[in-house]
Design a protein around this ligand. Structure first.
Ligand code: SF4
Length: 351
């Protein structure tokens, strides 16, 4: 049995087989991998691409990950925090445009205490009862996760970044723990969240065997969402001179993930467009089925936004949405603004 058929049938390969599949030069096998990913995606989601309203509510972060422009050591970052009113304004515009999932994404910013977050989450949930809330705000305590869940959060997205502990230690300061991160993900899932994780592709010091560890961890966690994307060097970090991850490798991993997790909500990462003008579409054609759409562009963060720029911001987003829809239509897909919850029963994983 070839490796693509084997993966689609068993939904897992050995570490060596994963590496062989990721490194193969066999054009037929590569083509088969992408065709199979598309087919499984179509069987489970038809031609629908879920779109999520992304609200980047803070870029303050107390952490210092070596690869990230938001790291606390970066004194050049232009920091901001959205007020509760600004966040609600983003939701209002998003809801008007049809969005039914809001993703509250930020650095690890403890300005947003548990009580502040719970107030924001519960206000959004009581105002937009048919919407889901995804949190992507890094590691917190178990009691914080529980408070956010009880306040109405539905999903929690937290990339593990790499499942290899040596690699993890080369991307982060020594006090950060991969085990703690993995344990958080397991706990979040146990609490009832739809959990998402993921990793960077092409990050410094990464070896192909590390991808096998990532895939094995993801298989074990069995997340509702997966978010992977190429490493893009940030000029204000210690990795500024490192090479970016590759489009081809990211797409191959997306296709492998689709074969492993037929029903998972897999993101076509926005930064694929940094590597290719049609990067987002390539992600979709490799088996991804969701896209993040920014409801908090830079000018929304200005203090005067609430008073005089709402109509202009909404118009700009409508235009961006039309453009995105046209991009998806050009490859045979259409945007879908439903909540798009994770449904566990797979319709099919067969190639
Ligand atoms: S915790 Fe997240 S936002 Fe903060 S530095 Fe690390 S990667 Fe960046």
């Amino acid at each position: 049995m070839d490796l693509v058929t084997k993966l689609a049938t068993n939904r897992i390969l050995s570490s060596e087989e994963f590496q062989n599949l990721l490194l193969t030069d066999d054009i037929t096998l590569r083509t088969q991998l992408f065709r199979c990913a598309q087919k499984i995606s179509a069987l489970n989601f038809h031609n629908k691409i879920y779109i999520r309203g992304l609200i980047e509510f803070t870029n303050h972060c107390q952490r210092d990950c070596f690869y990230c422009g938001l790291r606390c050591s970066n004194k050049r970052a232009d920091r901001y925090r959205l007020s509760k009113e600004q966040i609600l304004e983003c939701c209002k515009i998003g809801y008007t445009l049809g969005f039914r999932t809001f993703v509250l994404q930020g650095g690890e910013d403890h300005f947003f205490t548990d009580n502040i977050m719970c107030d924001i989450i519960s206000t959004i949930k009581s105002t937009y009862k048919d919407c889901a809330i995804t949190l992507a705000m890094g590691e917190r305590t178990l009691s914080s996760y529980k408070m956010f869940y009880d306040a109405g959060a539905d999903r929690y997205l937290m990339r593990h970044e790499t499942a290899d502990s040596l690699h993890y230690s080369r991307l982060h300061p020594p006090s950060y723990s991969l085990d703690a991160r993995k344990n958080s993900l397991y706990s979040l899932k146990e609490m009832g969240y739809q959990v998402g994780t993921g990793f960077m592709v092409g990050s410094p010091y990464q070896l192909t065997e590390y991808f096998a560890s990532d895939l094995e961890f993801i298989k074990k966690l069995d997340p509702a969402m997966v978010d992977i994307g190429p490493f893009i060097p940030n000029k204000d970090t210690p990795f500024r001179h490192q090479e970016a991850g590759s489009l081809e490798e990211t797409l191959r991993l997306l296709a492998v993930l689709r074969l492993m997790l037929p029903r998972a909500l897999i993101t076509s990462a926005a930064n694929l467009a940094n590597l290719h003008p049609n990067g987002l579409q390539h992600g979709i054609l490799s088996g991804a089925n969701e896209i993040m759409f920014n409801l908090s562009p830079a000018h929304i963060r200005t203090k005067s936004f609430l008073h005089d720029k709402i109509a202009a911001a909404q118009e700009e987003m409508e235009e961006n949405l039309r453009f995105l829809n046209a991009q998806m239509k050009s490859v045979g897909y259409e945007l879908c603004v439903d909540r798009g919850d994770y449904v566990t029963t797979a319709i099919s994983s067969k190639p």
